[in-house]
Design a protein around this ligand. Structure first.
Ligand code: BEZ
Length: 255
């Protein structure tokens, strides 16, 4: 896993659509009063707050200290902790683990599924949405090709964007029985007008630039904008082809 040093303020200011779309995933979670629910990869905590507002005891976990610090400052009454999805633990098994727009950052999905399964009560639910197979494919392929042509190096795309067929057996190996899974397209308008695609690349694709010089990065972004413009820039805004994987799984009650 490549660590990200998130800028939590920019995340909230320029990419609010991420947690706004997450409200649809909360409808699948249906948090109930009295439940204890982990929000895994809680970011700046807005969805953790929505879980708490439903009357549940919400616990927000995130690997980024910046995110946790901002979440705790915004919602001091809610419990937040820094934790790694690959090995997080809870004091007492919980009713549900919820995760929005985070799991594609962690390629060690077996460890994540094992931790989720251990954290759940028998019958507890795992409800998640994240980037699925083919997510943002045109943008990432164009950027990757530009970087290869400009730097001469092959740049790895190591996000965990999987299909239903890959992810369901993995969950089931860890005692999480898949009850619902959907892979769907969500073309998404980016904030920031002309700057929208550049802002998105700067925020989410940092790991692709680790081995390249700043001038190569700059040229690659400009080339990507030029090549995608006719298809993905409309009426003063950039759009990106998000593809999401949504899953609901229940922790099996029998061993
Ligand atoms: C996403 O949130 O879907 C995403 C993150 C990083 C790169 C591409 C897509």
């Amino acid at each position: 896993m490549v660590e990200n040093d998130w800028n939590s303020q920019l995340y909230d200011q320029q990419h609010a659509f991420i947690f706004q779309y997450g409200r649809g995933v909360l409808e699948l979670l249906k948090p109930q009063p009295g439940e204890t629910i982990v929000d895994l990869g809680c970011g700046t905590g807005h969805l953790t707050k929505a879980i708490a507002e439903a009357g549940a005891h919400a616990i927000g976990l995130d690997a980024s200290l910046n995110m946790i610090a901002q979440a705790q400052a915004t919602y001091p009454q809610i419990e937040f902790h820094q934790a790694d999805a690959r090995n997080f633990t809870v004091a007492t098994p919980v009713d549900a683990v919820f995760s929005n727009a985070m799991l594609h950052w962690v390629s060690e999905a077996e460890s994540v599924a094992e931790s989720i399964s251990k954290a759940l009560k028998p019958g507890g639910r795992f409800v998640a949405e994240f980037g699925g197979k083919g997510n943002c494919a045109e943008t990432l392929t164009t950027l990757r090709t530009a970087l290869r042509e400009l730097s001469g190096h092959e740049i790895e795309n190591d996000w965990y964007f999987v299909s239903i067929g890959e992810y369901s057996p993995l969950l089931e190996r860890h005692g999480l029985l898949v009850r619902r899974a959907e892979l769907f397209d969500r073309p998404t308008k980016l904030d920031g007008g002309e700057q929208g695609l550049r802002n998105w690349i700067e925020m989410f694709c940092g790991r692709m630039f680790q081995q390249v010089k700043d001038n190569v990065k700059e040229q690659a972004i400009v080339r990507t904008e030029q090549q995608l413009r006719s298809e993905f820039f409309r009426e003063d805004s950039w759009y990106i082809n998000y593809r999401r994987l949504r899953v609901v799984a229940l922790k099996e009650t029998l061993p």
